[in-house]
Design a protein around this ligand. Structure first.
Ligand code: F6P
Length: 548
């Protein structure tokens, strides 16, 4: 199944002009020098009684308060002009229509198709440029998605009802681990008793080894999650799991008492490699699903096992609702667009180099790790779509910890350090089932931090002085249920796309991870042979020490 042919002229049409050559960019630069640089959020609130309403945005399952950011109506108008001049709408339509916008890998980008569980037609064809209009490719992809999804959900329900299986171990790294483990962690209230889902990523033997000590092969199901089925860490861990299984009574024979085929399944696009490994049960997906966008695909099987098919569908439905908002809402009221443009404003005009993710939710404690890959692997690029060096910055550093823990660690710097670090507070209106009386205290802390960052305390001096005017946003969810979580994740995915479109980069490749992988293979061989010829001085020196 081939996506629409990649066509250079079409790509040029999508990336009509680099962002820093647009009139809007020049206008933003002048606007920043005139008023943006010294913008004070407190004064903006005094001047405009409607500020909270103007800079808050309703989207499916997520309400966003952006009013404490260093933006005003003229800034947003110029940012929207920038988006239009950079062809954001055409780029969004091209993605939706299945054009191979991941052009360095010649792939379409269609993770949103995975969320359309009922498969109702959500594409108003009028929105799709004629040259790209509906294709067999999309129709076939949708059919394949539905078939795989339902097979995978049936399997998940079988595993859930199999009382012999107590432990599910998902082995996968990067996009094949971070998304599912973040979601499973977040949805803890939905786990069923008697089954535990574990995630193993690191090639450090401590991770898998310490887990295996607690398991019995007859009650364990291993899921090998790897889009390529070649990632070194995953393959090393998969072989170690297989060796452990066979050494503890397992067998490669299908009719043996403990057959490997029943205790291993693969989640991959590389079905041949999974079969060669000895796996019979494989759930596939497609090259148009990027690794960091894959939790909605077969890679999400551990989620479906942990929380059940119904909750998995709710997760998809929440994301699908956010897709509808992103694809169909005018840019002015489109939350992923407003957030993505804010990211550009902060990164390229204010020069803020990082953004802190502060979920006031223990369930979301893995969110910032997940977003690090989503944002930094997608938009941490130094060349434009044609491979030309960029003169402006792209992805900020994404980092964070859940509140209130972060308050007692790094919030000191956010309040009083010299760097300005925009903070994203994620707040739940209703808490989980455990100790609900503590929830108001959690929420109060989030609101207090946002307030303190903005207001500061200028009446004090010296060590007690707070400058204030420190930007933050609040993303408010009703509760941490599958639909809200799905919508939140999709919001971040689309926001990354928006910023990447403005920057004119390919947000869907990841060539930056290749070099280290190649060098590691060479160094591993040298660790055994001891040969350091031709190496740089530092690596050779360390190799010597490691030998000794
Ligand atoms: O680290 C690079 C990367 O290619 C990620 O993009 C990807 O999510 C991860 O490795 C895992 O890849 P795979 O699913 O093929 O094992």
């Amino acid at each position: 199944m081939q996506p629409l042919a990649y066509n250079f002229a079409h790509a040029q049409q999508l990336h009509r002009i680099r962002c820093d050559y647009t009139p809007a960019w020049a206008a933003l630069r002048a606007h920043f020098e005139r008023s943006g640089r010294h913008f004070d959020v407190r004064s903006a609130f005094v001047a405009d009684a409607g500020r909270y309403a103007a800079f808050s945005q309703e989207a499916p399952h997520v309400f966003a308060d952006l009013s404490r950011n260093r933006i005003d109506a003229p800034t947003e108008a110029l940012l929207l002009a920038l988006a239009r001049e950079c062809g954001l709408e055409a780029h969004r339509e091209a993605m939706q229509a299945g054009a191979p916008i991941n052009h360095t890998e010649r792939r379409a980008v269609l993770h949103h198709l995975l969320r359309n569980e009922k498969n109702e037609s959500k594409q108003p064809l009028a929105l799709i440029p004629r040259a790209l209009a509906a294709t067999d490719f999309i129709v076939n992809a949708e059919r394949d998605v539905q078939a795989t999804l339902h097979a995978m959900l049936d399997y998940a329900e079988c595993v859930r009802s199999d009382s012999a299986i107590t432990d599910i171990v998902s082995i996968g790294i990067g996009g094949s681990g971070l998304g599912p483990s973040m979601v499973v962690t977040a949805l803890q209230d939905r786990w069923q008793d008697g089954q535990r889902v574990h995630f193993v990523s690191n090639v450090d033997g401590m991770e898998l080894g310490s887990l295996l000590r607690q398991l019995r092969p007859q009650s364990t199901l291993f899921l090998i999650a790897s889009k390529t089925f070649t990632t070194a860490e995953t393959m090393v861990n998969a072989h170690a799991a297989r060796d452990w299984f066979l050494a503890h009574g397992g067998s490669t024979e299908a009719d043996a008492p403990l057959p490997l085929a029943r205790h291993f399944a693969a989640l991959t696009t590389n079905i041949e490699a999974a079969a060669a490994f000895g796996i019979r049960t494989t759930f596939g997906f497609w090259d148009w699903v990027g690794g960091r966008f894959s939790l909605w695909s077969a890679i999400g099987l551990p989620i479906a096992i942990a929380v059940g098919a119904a909750a998995f569908k709710e997760l998809l439905a929440g994301a699908h609702a956010m897709d509808g908002h992103f694809f169909n809402t005018p840019l002015e009221r489109n939350l992923p667009v407003r957030l993505g443009l804010l990211d550009v404003w902060y990164r390229n005009f204010h020069g803020f180099s990082s953004r802190c993710i502060a979920p006031y939710s223990h369930g979301l404690r893995r969110l910032s790790a997940y977003l690090q890959q989503l944002e930094m692997e997608s938009n941490g690029k130094g060349v434009d779509w044609q491979g030309r060096l960029l003169p402006y910055a792209t992805s900020p550093v994404i980092w964070g910890e859940p509140g209130t823990n972060g308050q007692h660690a790094f919030f000191q710097m956010i309040h009083q350090g010299l760097d300005v670090i925009p903070v994203e507070f994620i707040v739940l209106r209703r808490g989980g089932r455990d100790l609900p009386a503590q929830h108001p205290r959690l929420v109060a802390n989030a609101l207090a931090q946002a307030q303190a960052l903005m207001l500061g305390r200028q009446s004090a001096c010296g060590h007690r002085y707070f400058s204030g005017n420190r930007p933050s946003s609040v993303l408010l969810l009703e509760q941490l249920d599958p639909a809200s979580l799905g919508a939140l994740i999709a919001l971040y995915e689309h926001r990354v796309f928006v910023a990447g479109s403005i920057w004119g980069i390919n947000s869907f490749d990841q060539w930056g991870v290749e070099l280290g992988k190649q060098l590691a293979t060479d160094i591993e061989a040298r660790l055994t042979s001891g040969d350091s010829t031709g190496l740089d001085g530092a690596t050779a020196g360390l190799l010597e020490r490691l030998k000794a």
